[in-house]
Design a protein around this ligand. Structure first.
Ligand code: PMV
Length: 323
């Protein structure tokens, strides 16, 4: 009988954002999304089954907060209630990047946990089903199960599907971590704020569906310029929806705006790169692989930039050790 499993997953950054949930309890996105998994943003999760005691969780060596604990127990209960697993677990998760800083740590976190839990199940679970399960923990995690460039459609109980595997994607990203992070409101809470209080929420949902179709078509042609344009506009529209919410939801810091302006200037100067921004102040650039070095050089020189990390496309979530 398996006692301990270690799994690895890569975080992903969306080019068309998931922002908003459908009513109900199954964590079903209200917008379809498309993302790229990044090999430089990695979570390794070790899951150990215990005979007695209660579930416990450690993130980067420390006990997790009450809020995260509840969310994780809820997720394990979902597996237990569906008779997929039984028993209690000790979960130790390590991220090699900042957690909860708008860098999609929940995507790789829940994907690694999901794949690890599947090893304890007596049932054979397809990747499609695993993606659905991961989605219950975190919408973006559904896409990290698949890795590469993947799409998560809307629907009753959606799963992500692979559009292009990591090695078929000729692009990469630069993850720019900035100084002066503003107070973090988690994506769940942020989405709910927008749904309830943003006058632009409905328009955002309509627009996100259009951007999804535009992105699929641009990706089929591997049209980098079009992909970048749609990604940038989509991220700005999502943030506009947040800004307009009453109370307003503003994740940006001055450095975020400085990078946006710089990227626009770099394009004028001939470096073709596009930005996207998740629920945080950090900025992620989409680049052709041959331009990654230059983009990092320029980003590192900007004021208030803490780090600029080169990120090539990553693969699917996988089990790396069983004992
Ligand atoms: O998966 P969640 O619940 O952390 O939400 C992800 C939200 C964004 O990162 C802003 C967008 C996305 O599609 O990843």
């Amino acid at each position: 009988m398996i006692e301990k499993v270690t799994a690895r997953a890569f975080a992903n950054i969306a080019l068309v954002k998931y922002w908003g949930k459908q009513p109900g309890f199954n964590n079903v996105p209200a917008t379809p999304s498309i993302s790229l998994a990044l090999e430089s943003l990695k979570t390794i999760t070790e899951v150990e089954r215990i005979r007695s005691g209660k579930d416990s969780f450690f993130l980067n060596g420390s006990i997790v907060s009450k809020v995260i604990y509840r969310r994780l127990v809820e997720y394990l209960d979902f597996w237990r209630n569906n008779k997929l697993i039984d028993g209690k677990f000790i979960i130790r998760s390590h991220n090699n990047f900042p957690t909860g800083a708008g860098l999609a740590s929940s995507s790789s976190g829940f994907a690694a946990l999901t794949v690890a839990l599947s090893a304890f199940s007596r049932r054979k679970i397809s990747k499609h089903q695993l993606s659905r399960f991961a989605r219950r923990g975190s919408g973006s995690a559904a896409r990290s199960i698949v890795g590469g460039l993947s799409a998560l459609p809307i629907g009753a109980d959606p799963a992500a599907r692979l559009l292009l595997s990591g090695d078929e994607v000729p692009w990469g990203m630069v993850v720019i971590e900035v100084e002066g992070r503003t107070k973090k409101i988690g994506s769940r809470e942020g989405m709910e704020l927008c749904r309830r209080y943003s006058p632009y929420y409905r328009q955002w949902i309509t627009l996100a569906n259009k951007d999804y179709r535009k992105m699929l078509s641009a990706l089929r042609r591997l049209d980098f310029s079009r992909v970048g344009e749609v990604a940038e506009a989509n991220a700005l529209a999502m943030h506009a929806c947040m800004f307009a919410s009453r109370p307003a939801l503003v994740y940006w810091s001055p450095a975020t705006i400085e990078i946006i302006n710089s990227v626009w200037q770099w394009r004028v100067d001939g470096l073709e790169t596009y930005f996207t921004i998740d629920a945080g102040s950090n900025v992620v650039l989409l680049c052709k692989q041959e331009d990654l070095k230059e983009a990092i050089r320029r980003a590192s020189r900007l004021k208030n930039v803490r780090s600029a990390i080169k990120s090539l496309p990553g693969g699917p979530a996988e089990i790396i050790e069983l004992s």
